[in-house]
Design a protein around this ligand. Structure first.
Ligand code: COA
Length: 431
């Protein structure tokens, strides 16, 4: 069989989509009851195969999109596997951004799985990302057991929590000089990018929104989920500094009735954050507040008179990271403390230039990461270093797991001091 791994041509785009689960109405995610949504509907939602018109629409849009880099596997000329990398930026510790190859929409048709085609497409995407100067790849993993072997490892996390309204009293706080306003979809889609642009420089892990990110906001009812509703907060000068999307889904079961689902909430400052939540957790004629996809270190918990009332009902990894170019990536983030560490990477079979011993030095004003012949303080797997990169992973845990091998007594503490950040990295949305 003749195998080719290459980007599809324009006239091969329909065949390319047909290799992808989502275009065929097939499952894309591991099934998880009441996972990330708040309503009574099963997850993942039902899908139907795309029509030829839809495929054509996607193809028209994708070939014009310079950030979209599709890759396909052809077996004897037939497209049997597909994936893509999308170019965007992620906020790194210190507030700067790093270019990312975001791996998405991956599938190999059922008859051709476990022949190594994903591995070959992944290698091609890594090589192309390095050529474009992207030192980092990221993805959200449909299943947790697939992507570690390619060097990916969890880097951001998310939690779904629930709160009973009658247990949601907030501790007293200074009066809010600003105001709250229910806005429509048109106003929300203007305010979201403004708020997110300010939020994302404050938090590692946040992504630059892809074009059209807020185009789908609408006031139309979405089945039993009801319409999306929008709550904005304005500061004392009238500028929007926080916004939330929420729903009041209809439910046929008494147990699920009276649920308010907060699908997204971002605020540029604690006053706006508190004001938005204070209305949403005490919304008349509701009983339970559900928030999926939230940071694990949600400050709302510490605003509650009863912090235990917020129940985490699911917690999971969110974005997985994979360093493609170690010196470039490590010198593009900053470090809160002055320090240095010498580490060896010896397991990177896909980006061999990463293998070697590196001296990372975080100085007062600059960061360097250079190859060295000094003795290493630690040997770190490429996936463990990728997990440390955004600052959300404990080096101690990785050392316990055998993914960091210490050669110097204090190296794990030093890695933690250098890499970890507060607040921990989080991305409010994916790609
Ligand atoms: C997941 C999928 C893309 C893998 O493609 P593939 O071409 O079969 O994968 P490969 O043959 O290149 O396998 C590469 C490695 O991953 C492993 N692997 C592949 N699919 C796996 C799975 N679902 N679970 C665990 N391991 C898996 C293989 O065993 C192989 O391991 P090795 O190299 O260490 O021996 C394909 O099976 C598929 O399309 N599945 C359904 C849709 C899906 O899950 N898509 C991904 C999410 S968007």
């Amino acid at each position: 069989m003749a195998i080719q791994v290459r980007p599809p041509q324009r006239d091969e785009m329909h065949a390319y989509y047909r290799a992808l689960p989502f275009a065929n109405g097939l499952p894309q995610w591991e099934p998880a009851a009441a996972a990330w949504h708040g309503g009574p509907e099963p997850w993942p939602p039902q899908r139907t195969p795309a029509t030829a018109e839809q495929l054509e629409e996607w193809a028209e849009a994708d070939v014009k999109d310079e950030t979209f880099h599709p890759i396909a596997t052809f077996a004897d000329g037939a497209c049997v596997g597909a994936s893509a990398a999308i170019s965007f930026d992620v906020t790194v510790p210190g507030g700067g951004t790093v270019k990312v190859a975001g791996v998405t929409s991956t599938g190999v048709i059922a008859t051709h799985r476990r022949h190594g085609y994903l591995r070959r497409m992944m290698q091609a995407m890594f090589d192309a990302a390095l050529d474009r100067g992207e030192p980092l790849a990221m993805l959200s993993a449909s299943e947790g057991s697939i992507y570690g072997r390619f060097g990916f490892s969890p880097a951001t996390f998310r939690a779904r929590w629930e709160l009973d309204r009658n247990d949601a009293a907030l501790l007293p706080a200074a009066p809010d000089p600003g105001s709250l306003e229910l806005v429509d979809a048109a106003q929300a889609s203007q305010s979201w990018p403004v708020v997110h642009a300010q939020v994302r420089v404050q938090r590692p892990g946040e992504l630059t929104p892809l074009p059209g990110r807020w185009d789908s906001l609408s006031d139309n009812a979405d089945g039993t989920k009801g319409p999306l509703r929008y709550l904005a907060h304005r500061d004392e000068h009238g500028e929007v500094d926080g916004i939330a999307n929420f729903r009041l889904p209809w439910s046929s079961t008494a147990a699920n009735a009276g649920t308010l689902v907060v699908e997204a909430l971002e605020a540029t400052n604690p006053t706006a954050y508190r004001a938005l939540w204070s209305l949403l957790v005490d919304f008349d004629l509701t009983r339970t507040i559900v928030a999926p996809g939230r940071p694990r270190d949600e400050p709302l918990r510490w605003m509650l008179a009863n912090p235990r009332a917020m129940r985490i009902t699911r917690q999971s990894d969110n974005m997985w990271a994979r360093l493609l170019d170690i010196p470039r990536a490590l010198t593009q983030r900053s470090y809160d403390t002055v320090g240095e560490v010498v580490f060896t990477i010896d397991d990177d079979h896909m980006c061999p230039a990463n293998n070697g011993t590196w001296l990372l030095r975080a100085g007062d004003t600059s960061v360097t990461c250079v190859a060295t012949d000094q003795q290493a303080d630690a040997t770190i797997t490429i996936s463990a270093l990728s997990s440390l990169y955004l600052g959300g992973m404990s080096a101690q845990n990785l050392a316990y797991a055998g993914r960091i091998t210490a050669h110097a007594d204090d190296v794990v503490a030093r890695l933690n001091r250098l890499f970890r950040v507060d607040p921990e990295p989080h991305n409010s949305f994916g790609f």
